[in-house]
Design a protein around this ligand. Structure first.
Ligand SMILES: *Cc1c(COP(=O)(O)O)cnc(C)c1O
Length: 414
């Protein structure tokens, strides 16, 4: 048998200007690369996890004791968040883009009966799950939420806070209020909002569980932790009924973070082998978030998103998103239909923007951790150049003048 040994893998540095992952802060990478090798029960690793847990409660704005990180990506945290959903449970899921669509699929997989799952294993229909489709480009709003929860009074209700597929912010306050009113336990995908918007999850008592990710607002890509938080009500359901998972079982997973029998204990106990590198990186990312404060960071996202939005509108694009970390747009009419071509051109130059992943085809430009005038000007210029290369018309000097004026406002405020 012959074996091929490939060349050492080289990955170039690109400008990651999509919906995520974002540019990881060098201080986080440095912690990742310089942490010592220590096993998962070494005292400083365990202490680091306990400190992360406490900082995460501040970042999420919660007193929930079951607040910790699930090793992996956003979907890992979401899988843990949905672990209490059992076959036959009644669920209402609001879907307005790619990601809430996949969340809806996860819920159908979990709530499907054995027969329903066998009928269509990779895309089951579950009689107990109602999926409310809200058109791409629109937010999930109070009326739709209230009508569906009043009609179905489900055990569980689901919504994405920021739907990254279409770039829309959904009404989490209305969702929480309707969940409370109709006795549903709310589940929220906060993958794209945590660390970007300034909010405290305890202000939304109708939501029983939240899940986020390491790679977006938390700026901690080196595969670390997906933040999750569960109310006591959620944990009580788990205690009464269990969950069909070991690794993503919120009560079991919490033990390693020093949460046992609903209380903080001094030292975690083994659940799985955590990495000293990941703990050190996550710890630093949380420190950076809290040092900057959520309020300041949220303001900066709003300010810099307005710069990109204004610039692409000057190029004749139409923006259909309202997220503060992402601009989702239609190209000028003359270039309509050439979105993929434009995205591929940009990506071939190390400028990593994205198309939408579900219909309609649009262009997505993200600004995760790109919050200064140089980075934004670079993004805008590269995008303008690509439009010109496709034959579009851009008045780049005017666009640059607009950016300069925009950033004078910042200088005046600062
Ligand atoms: C990015 C994203 C996910 C998936 O996160 P991964 O880190 O890729 O697992 C899920 N939901 C939303 C809203 C997202 O933006």
């Amino acid at each position: 048998m012959s074996h091929t040994i490939f060349d050492r893998l080289e990955i170039p540095h690109t400008l990651a200007a999509g919906p995520g992952p974002g540019n990881t802060d060098p201080r986080v990478l440095s912690q990742f690369a310089t942490a010592g090798v220590a096993d998962h029960m070494q005292p400083d690793v365990l202490r680091g996890m306990i400190e992360c847990k406490q900082m995460l409660r501040s970042v999420m704005g919660t007193k929930n004791i079951h607040t910790f990180g699930v090793a992996g990506t956003g979907w890992s945290g979401l899988d843990a968040m949905m672990s209490a959903v059992m076959p036959g449970d009644s669920v209402v899921a609001f879907v307005n883009g790619t990601f809430s669509g996949i969340d809806g699929l996860t819920l159908r997989m979990k709530a499907a009966t054995a027969e329903e799952l066998a009928e269509n294993p990779s895309n089951p229909t579950a009689a107990s799950v109602t999926v409310i489709e809200v058109p791409h480009g629109e937010s999930v709003g109070a009326e739709v939420i209230e009508a569906a929860l009043a009609k179905h009074s489900p055990q569980w209700a689901f919504m994405a806070h920021y739907e990254t597929g279409s770039g829309r912010i959904n009404d989490v306050a209305a969702f929480s209020a309707s969940c409370e009113k109709h006795g549903a336990m709310g589940l929220v995908d906060a993958v794209s909002s945590l660390g970007i918007d300034d909010f405290a999850i305890d202000d939304y008592p109708g939501v029983a569980a939240w899940a986020s990710c390491p790679q977006k607002g938390i700026c901690c890509l080196p595969l670390t932790y997906a933040p999750v938080s569960f109310t006591d009500q959620y944990i009580n359901v788990l205690k009464a009924r269990g969950a069909r998972t070991f690794v993503h079982h919120p009560i079991m997973e919490a033990r390693h973070w020093g949460i046992v029998d609903g209380e903080d204990v001094e030292k975690g106990s083994y659940h799985r082998t955590h990495s000293s590198y990941a703990v050190a990186a996550f710890h630093e990312a949380l420190r950076l978030t809290l040092t900057e404060t959520l309020a300041v960071r949220a303001q900066r996202y709003t300010f810099h998103e307005a710069a990109v939005r204004g610039a692409v509108e000057m190029m004749g694009c139409t923006v259909t998103s309202n997220m503060t970390s992402l601009v989702v747009l239609n190209l000028p009419e003359a270039l309509a239909g050439r979105e993929m071509e434009l995205v591929q051109l940009c990506r071939s130059r190390g400028f990593g923007i994205w198309p939408t992943l579900s219909e309609p085809v649009q262009v997505r430009i993200g600004i995760l951790n790109q919050l200064d005038i140089d980075a934004i000007t670079d993004i805008v210029t590269r995008f303008a150049n690509a439009i010109e290369e496709l034959g579009g018309d851009v008045d780049l000097p005017a666009v640059k003048q607009f950016l300069e004026q925009h950033y004078q406002i910042e200088a005046a405020v600062a």
